[in-house]
Design a protein. Structure first.
Length: 164
């Protein structure tokens, strides 16, 4: 597949330059970053949440854990993780578990982590488990600039310290 048609159209319509990075089959964004030799803080992963008001996609560095409480508080919502059947329906041109972080292309609301603001390069899932899309950090910023953002995640060490 390489790039999901929805994401390809979204980037092409906006005139965003990108290239793809092929890697061995992986199941997680963090493993994709490792396999593709990409710094994990530059790999943006998507976590789909929902409540009675609908879906929202949280975008954060692959080496971080989403803090559901922080996102819910920031958006004043009671969010929970979306189910796999829902993900298959929302991202029908993507493999399960390979959700592109540019989820606005699918008509979904997005909140993104401020920790992605200063990355010189950003990599996202392309829609399958063997390819990443590589964007300049400035292009990612431009695509995300009108969307809500905050600190919504933390590294594993910090997350463990906060909750233990």
């Amino acid at each position: 597949m390489a790039i999901a048609r929805t994401i390809k159209s979204y980037l092409d319509e906006r005139g965003v330059e990108y290239d793809t990075v092929e890697h061995s089959h992986t199941e997680t964004a963090m493993d994709s970053a490792k396999s593709a030799h990409v710094p994990p803080h530059q790999m943006a992963k998507a976590v789909v949440l929902e409540d009675e008001d609908g879906y929202i996609v949280s975008v954060l560095p692959s080496n971080n854990r989403l803090n559901l409480g922080w996102v819910s508080e920031e958006l004043n919502r009671e969010l929970r993780l979306a189910s796999e059947p829902e993900l298959r329906q929302l991202f029908d041109d993507c493999d399960t578990g390979a959700i592109p972080a540019l989820s606005e292309a699918y008509g979904l609301k997005v909140i993104w982590d401020d920790q992605l603001k200063h990355a010189s390069d950003i990599y996202i899932e392309a829609g399958d488990h063997e390819h990443l899309i590589h964007l300049r950090g400035s292009d990612f910023q431009q695509l995300m600039e009108s969307l809500p953002h905050s600190i919504i995640s933390a590294g594993k060490e910090y997350s463990r310290w906060v909750y233990e």
